[in-house]
Design a protein around this ligand. Structure first.
Ligand SMILES: [Zn+2]
Length: 112
């Protein structure tokens, strides 16, 4: 039976070890609005997310984020997941026509 030694396994693991200053998580006081992606639930500056708006049961893409109405935000790379959760995010009970969003995303992909 080997005695169970608590603690130190491996090399010295002292220090905060948190030196990697990532590009994320910078919240300045410059009034940058953060939005939560409905696909991955991460928060990012609104500029890196796409907004869609629901108006009278119709979905519109709102790249500027200025349209009135109930909106939802998501990353372009989270689009597929987000579109699935979109009715819930918009608290919309019923069928949603995702065609305008899909068309917009297709255009976006073409341009890249
Ligand atoms: Zn996302």
């Amino acid at each position: 039976m080997a005695p169970a030694e608590p603690g130190n396994t491996g090399p010295g693991n002292t220090g905060p070890g948190n030196t990697g200053a990532g590009a994320t998580g910078r919240v300045g006081s410059s009034g940058i609005a953060f939005r939560t992606c409905i696909g991955c639930r991460k928060r990012d500056p609104r500029g890196s997310l796409l907004r869609v708006v629901l108006r009278d049961g119709l979905l519109c893409v709102d790249p500027q984020g200025v349209e009135p109405g109930r909106g939802a935000w998501f990353h372009l790379e989270c689009a597929e997941r987000s579109l699935r959760g979109l009715p819930a995010a918009l608290r919309w009970r019923g069928a949603l026509d995702l065609a305008p969003i899909r068309a917009f995303l297709a255009i976006e992909h073409d341009q890249k």
